[in-house]
Design a protein around this ligand. Structure first.
Ligand code: ZN
Length: 174
């Protein structure tokens, strides 16, 4: 198992549309394990999509760590079947946009279909933080980032914040 580098904006690979997973094999299990390692190493992340580690496949891992306990959710080829009419606005961040947070409007509830790591199909109605997280991560699989929903001015600010954040991180290493 290993911790992988997380791509940050403006890396073009974050804007690619990912392709479906077809083989539910050991290679997939390894990618999923590495993604959880990478997610936990980030310290504050609750979800990670494969394109964020440079793999253009429809794989998402989530752990909301409710009540401080690990609760791993693996979504292979996830698809939103339906969304609730009610929306809410919540502050979002992203491991690929470190140091920047902004309000995003999303559906309160989503019905989602996906396969687990063994290829077993799962269908579930998700609400609350899980609903927001799933919508954010599925967007990654389609090359969409949460800053794409913001004004040009705010998006520009996000790029500046990330640059500044990385500069501070580099100085810490030196
Ligand atoms: Zn993200």
């Amino acid at each position: 198992m290993s911790v992988l580098d997380i791509l940050t904006i403006p890396d073009k690979r974050l804007k690619h549309k990912s392709s479906d997973v077809r083989d539910f094999d050991e290679k997939l299990e390894k990618i999923v394990a590495d993604m959880f390692d990478t997610l936990y190493a980030s310290g504050n992340g609750i979800g990670l999509a494969a394109p964020q580690i440079g793999i253009s496949k429809r794989i998402v891992v989530i752990d909301l760590k409710e009540e401080g306990k690990q609760n791993q959710i693996v979504l292979i080829n996830p698809k939103i079947i339906s969304t609730s009419d009610e929306n809410s606005i919540n502050q979002e961040g992203c491991l690929s946009i470190p140091g920047y947070y902004a309000d995003v409007e999303r559906s309160n509830e989503v019905r989602v279909e996906w396969s687990d790591v063994n290829g077993k199909k799962i269908k579930k109605k998700c609400s609350g933080l899980l609903s927001i997280c799933i919508q954010h991560e599925i967007d990654h699989l389609d090359g969409i980032l949460f800053i794409d929903y913001l004004s040009n001015l705010k998006r520009k600010r996000a790029f500046e914040k990330v640059k500044k954040y990385q500069k501070i991180q580099n100085e810490k290493i030196e």
